[in-house]
Design a protein around this ligand. Structure first.
Ligand SMILES: [Zn+2]
Length: 414
């Protein structure tokens, strides 16, 4: 058998046979080749993905570029996000490079009262200076491209050498300044409270928020399900209660199963409403003091499960333009994903892990805050009685994409 054919057959078999714990998620035979096309630089374990645009109202971030480092066994050992501020990769000449370590939960809660978010937000909004600069963030949880789900709880031992390599790459490729600044490091730490071969549970973090007009406090518990397709789950609930008392309630529990989105929830992209949906869920929990509830946030669901790198490519298609795989006029979010993957199967997310978490809490009656038909069907499959509460998805900057989702048949129209 010639080498090309044998590699192709291997890739086809490897990608279509369900992997243990992957909950029968099927990837098309062309998927691997598509991911390869998104890589714009690869050398000695460093992989740089082309990335995609971010729309903000004014100055600030214009582009994100995800990168990974692999170990000798080709296993991902670190992931970083490179954010181009007041510039794009084409206009980054002489840009300064800043490194920042901020975990994602304070960013996703968008609370200016925390130093972590205030510092990150100021940088991303372009407040550091008027000229162009680049912010590199070390990601603690990531799905760069499914099934390459990556979670690290301690910063990489190779952090300093990774920084040097990233700075060298940026200088060589985009003619940025050679030296970098260690701008900020979060003091947030994580403590494991329980661990066995199936699951690691971390000590709940207390997050004080001031979302919109309301203030509130939440506990966020990170749970890593080691054999699960998506691995990372954050269980979020009001600090005025406990998981035990929520589970003990006889009422329907208000639930949101919330998929993570790097461009929208971390970098404030105006082209999707994922941040609004998460915050709506948090606001509902704050309002519903009489109705107990929780959010299960699944950060590795980025790009409907395909990951940050392919999702960034679809962001080019949403605006219209030349990507790594296709050039196209502006498309809605569903058409963009179908174009990239060459199939109608544009959503590989599964919610079995979330359903199992609810079962472990003995929660059997829920009011689900959702517009997604599939989430209801999945929970019902697990014997959960589901009532639906619709979301208020009407963000003007992405109405074309919301309409496309409604027409897809997988979402409620009302
Ligand atoms: Zn989004």
């Amino acid at each position: 058998m010639n080498r090309t054919l044998s590699i192709f057959l291997y890739a086809t078999i490897a990608l279509t046979v369900p992997i243990r714990g992957q909950q029968n998620i099927q990837l098309s035979p062309s998927y691997h080749a598509i991911i390869e096309k998104l890589i714009c630089f690869s050398d000695k374990g460093l992989k740089v993905f082309y990335g995609g645009p971010i729309d903000t109202k004014d100055k600030g971030i214009k582009w994100i570029m995800p990168i990974s480092f692999e170990d000798r066994k080709k296993k991902t050992r670190a992931i970083y996000e490179i954010a181009f501020i007041n510039c794009t990769p084409e206009t980054a000449k002489d840009a300064e490079i800043l490194f920042i370590d901020v975990p994602e939960i304070p960013i996703k809660f968008k609370n200016d009262a925390t130093t972590d978010y205030a510092t990150f937000s100021s940088l991303i909004k372009g407040n550091y200076k008027d000229g162009s600069y680049i912010v590199v963030r070390c990601a603690e949880v990531a799905n760069l491209h499914f099934p390459d789900i990556f979670i690290h709880c301690l910063y990489s031992k190779k952090l300093e050498s990774d920084k040097q390599k990233i700075a060298h790459y940026l200088h060589k490729t985009f003619h940025t300044r050679k030296n970098f600044l260690n701008y900020y490091k979060s003091q947030t730490t994580e403590t494991i409270t329980q661990e066995d071969e199936e699951q690691t549970t971390y000590q709940p973090q207390l997050i004080e928020t001031n979302l919109g007009k309301q203030t509130g406090s939440f506990y966020v518990t990170k749970i890593v399900k080691k054999k699960d397709a998506w691995k990372a789950y954050y269980v979020i609930y009001p600090a005025t209660t406990t998981l035990e008392s929520i589970a003990a309630s006889n009422e329907h529990i208000l639930i949101r199963l919330d998929s993570g989105c790097v461009s929208g929830q971390i970098y404030d992209d105006e082209a999707c409403d994922c941040l609004d949906q998460l915050h709506e869920g948090l606001n509902q929990l704050m309002q519903n003091n009489l109705c107990p509830g929780l959010i299960i946030h699944i950060p590795t669901h980025d790009g409907r499960g395909f990951g940050t790198a392919p999702k960034a490519e679809t962001e080019i298609y949403k605006r219209g333009g030349e990507g790594c795989v296709h050039s196209t006029p502006a498309l809605d979010t569903i058409s963009a994903a179908k174009l990239l993957y060459g199939t109608d199967s544009y959503d590989i997310r599964s919610f079995d892990g979330a359903a199992q978490l609810l079962a472990s809490l003995n929660i059997k009656k829920v009011v689900l805050l959702t517009d997604n038909v599939n989430k209801i069907a999945l929970l019902e499959k697990y014997g959960v009685h589901v009532l639906r509460k619709k979301t208020k998805t009407n963000k003007p900057s992405c109405i074309v994409h919301i309409d496309a989702k409604k027409k897809s048949g997988n979402y409620f129209i009302d």
